[in-house]
Design a protein around this ligand. Structure first.
Ligand code: HEC
Length: 194
């Protein structure tokens, strides 16, 4: 009887989704408010900031830098602005979104709050569906839009993006703004209806 139970336990371990092909036991990735922090503590690749919530930032940076594209590894966190993020879940987690989970965050001096999260159903504060835009990126870019990857362009300029990145309220100290970024701030306010 005892042996039977042991055999069953071993079999269930072998077939458990926690068991990787190479024999490593992986833990389910838990994503909470604390998974996100000052955008500039991540690694800057082009205009994007990337890191990896499983600790394998090198693998994420390698794909972000690749000129031929590639599939981002599990745990990859990609951001352009502090309030929007994409996290790559494990392979097969959500095939429709290529396993990307979309996040809309509220950010302040005290940290990040996940306002919305999910897969094909998350919309940003302008009513735009994250997935509907990001799916337009050519397949080889794994839903990363950047510029020239096939997505419809955002109405923001590069100076607006760098202004937003430089003024993340979660960062301890913020860098000085250039005259161009200050001007971009005025334009951005107009764009947002302010
Ligand atoms: C109107 C289309 C559109 C919508 C809606 C949209 N995005 Fe994007 N997103 C883009 C484009 C285009 C870029 C690249 C902009 C650039 O680099 O200038 C981008 C950039 C990003 C990036 C940086 C990586 C990349 O793909 O370049 C992340 C992360 C991101 N968006 C997440 C989100 C999330 C999360 C939502 C929903 C809450 C969202 N986006 C909604 C079009 C969109």
């Amino acid at each position: 009887m005892l042996i039977q139970i042991k055999v069953l336990a071993i079999i269930s371990l072998l077939f458990s989704s926690q068991m990787m092909a190479d024999g490593h036991i992986t833990k389910e990735l838990k994503i909470t408010d604390d998974s996100f922090s000052c955008i500039r503590d991540m690694t800057k690749v082009g205009s994007l900031y990337v890191s990896n919530l499983n600790g394998d930032s090198a693998a994420t940076i390698a794909v972000a830098n690749s000129e031929v594209g590639g599939v981002y590894p599990e745990g990859s966190l990609v951001q352009l602005v502090p309030t929007e993020a994409m996290v790559k879940r494990k392979s097969g987690f959500n095939p429709a979104t290529e396993d990307w989970e979309f996040f809309e965050l509220k950010v302040s001096k005290t940290g990040s709050n996940i306002n919305k999260r999910g897969f094909a159903d998350v919309v940003n504060r302008f009513g735009g569906n994250c997935f509907a835009c990001h799916i337009k990126a050519e397949k080889k870019w794994d839903m990363i839009c950047k510029q020239g990857h096939g997505c419809d362009a955002l109405p923001t300029t590069p100076a607006m993006i760098s202004l937003i990145q430089k003024t993340d309220p979660r960062c301890e100290s913020n860098e000085a703004l250039t005259a161009e970024e200050i001007e971009a701030g005025i334009q951005l306010k107009k764009l947002l209806g302010g």
